[in-house]
Design a protein around this ligand. Structure first.
Ligand code: FCB
Length: 401
């Protein structure tokens, strides 16, 4: 039986583009307009206006933390032009969380960019890092009292997306390059392509530049959050696994060795055989994003992150399941927490568990995969907490699974 960990973060997570609505100035909004067949974020969950209600539901249930993001496209609508009103908006969100007893875990970048940044060449453009650094300096000014800051969400998935956008731009007219949602079509195909390591190294530079700013200007603990596929070798394929995993994960975990924490995000696990990553097997348990039902993934992921980072404290910044069956969500999460706390009992320093997601939200081009502890009516925006929210809140009050 595991004992409660004092100060452990028990919470839920969201990302601005997925819940706020009308993120007009972002590159994802442009993509949603251009790509045929892609669903739009639109009003999303209107959390831009309803964040206080969202946070209150989490706090009332018994959670003590909320991970949310600030949106670069709103804060810096044109290069070098910062909106004080938007910065004040996000400061109000931080204050609301603190007043409700929710420790804010603030993400500075979660997949989306201002349109102008993408048009200027994005991360691989000459000014990429400097632009991000300037934005981070502006945000640092509103982070008083925030203990946890994530610079870039899933840089490994972002590198993959940047690579795909570049390929789409380079395509000949008439050549169709359908945009791939990182989480939905990705799982439906045999496997995701490899992220480009040059983009990955550039993102690591961006992360380190942001970390330096935040360490100078704030008291926050700084880290980034890495997507962990919880890859395991079939017998005899240990070397193949190591090779495949490097560009997908380990490059990013190594870049966090001097961080204050590493955010671990895992949903499912896959095997590696002599041909590479084995596609998710299909079955009645397959989740709405096409993943295998693998609640053990988070245990594999935190142990691996702990090993590669050389003992950087871990916060599980995302873990959850896309399902329409809330009982399934409770079973998955309760099993995942057992695996997580087994790792903690074995000496892995785990500081928190932030469930993905607080709300049913816009899953990068799709609305069907529902990950939320709270359902949202897309017409009226009415929130309906699911039994899984009360259940997780109860675990949080107890302080252990
Ligand atoms: C992660 C993303 C998050 C959400 C979940 C399901 O890759 O960080 O925004 O899409 O997957």
């Amino acid at each position: 039986m595991t004992r409660p960990v004092p100060g452990f973060l028990w919470g839920a997570a969201t990302a601005p583009h997925q819940v706020e609505g009308n993120n007009l100035n972002s590159d994802w909004w442009v993509r949603e307009e251009r790509v045929p067949g892609m669903e739009r974020s639109g009003d999303a969950c209107d959390s831009y206006h309803r964040y206080a209600e969202d946070m209150r539901l989490l706090a009332d249930a018994g959670l003590n933390s909320y991970r949310f993001g600030v949106e670069w496209a709103r804060i810096e609508p044109a290069p070098g032009h910062f909106s004080n009103a938007e910065l004040a908006h996000y400061r109000r969100m931080i204050d609301t969380a603190l007043d409700l007893g929710l420790k804010p875990v603030v993400t500075l970048h979660h997949f989306t960019h201002p349109r102008w940044f993408a048009e200027e060449g994005g991360w691989m453009g000459d000014a990429g890092i400097e632009r991000f650094e300037t934005y981070v300096k502006a945000v640092a000014g509103i982070l008083d009292g925030v203990e946890w800051v994530c610079t870039i969400n899933e840089p490994n998935m972002l590198a993959l997306m940047v690579g795909m956008s570049r390929a789409a731009q380079a395509a000949q007219p008439g050549e169709t390059k359908k945009w791939m949602s990182p989480t939905v079509e990705g799982a439906a195909r045999p496997v995701l392509p490899d992220p480009d390591p040059d983009v990955g190294r550039r993102l690591a530079d961006g992360h380190h530049a942001a970390r330096a700013v935040l360490r100078k200007d704030t008291d926050a603990k700084v880290g980034w959050t890495v997507a962990n596929q919880a890859l395991t070798p079939t017998p005899g394929n240990e070397d193949r696994l190591r090779e495949i995993r490097y560009d997908r994960e380990d490059l990013y975990l190594e870049a966090s060795r001097d961080d204050d924490f590493i955010g671990v995000q895992s949903y499912s696990s896959q095997a590696v055989d002599e041909n590479g990553i084995v596609p998710h097997p299909r079955g009645p348990d397959t989740t709405l994003t096409g993943n295998a039902y693998r609640p053990d993934a988070i245990g594999i992921a935190v142990r691996h992150a702990w090993e590669v980072t050389g003992g950087v404290p871990i916060v599980v910044t995302e873990n959850g399941i896309a399902t329409a069956d809330d009982d399934r969500r409770v079973s998955y999460t309760s099993e995942a927490l057992r695996h997580l706390f087994d790792a903690a009992d074995d000496g892995v320093d785990v500081r928190g568990y932030l469930h993905w997601s607080a709300l049913d939200n816009f899953e990068w081009g799709h609305w069907k995969p529902t990950f939320g502890l709270i359902a949202v009516d897309r017409e009226t925006f009415e929130r309906s907490p699911k039994p899984s929210l009360a259940w997780l809140g109860e675990v949080a009050r107890r302080g252990r699974p």
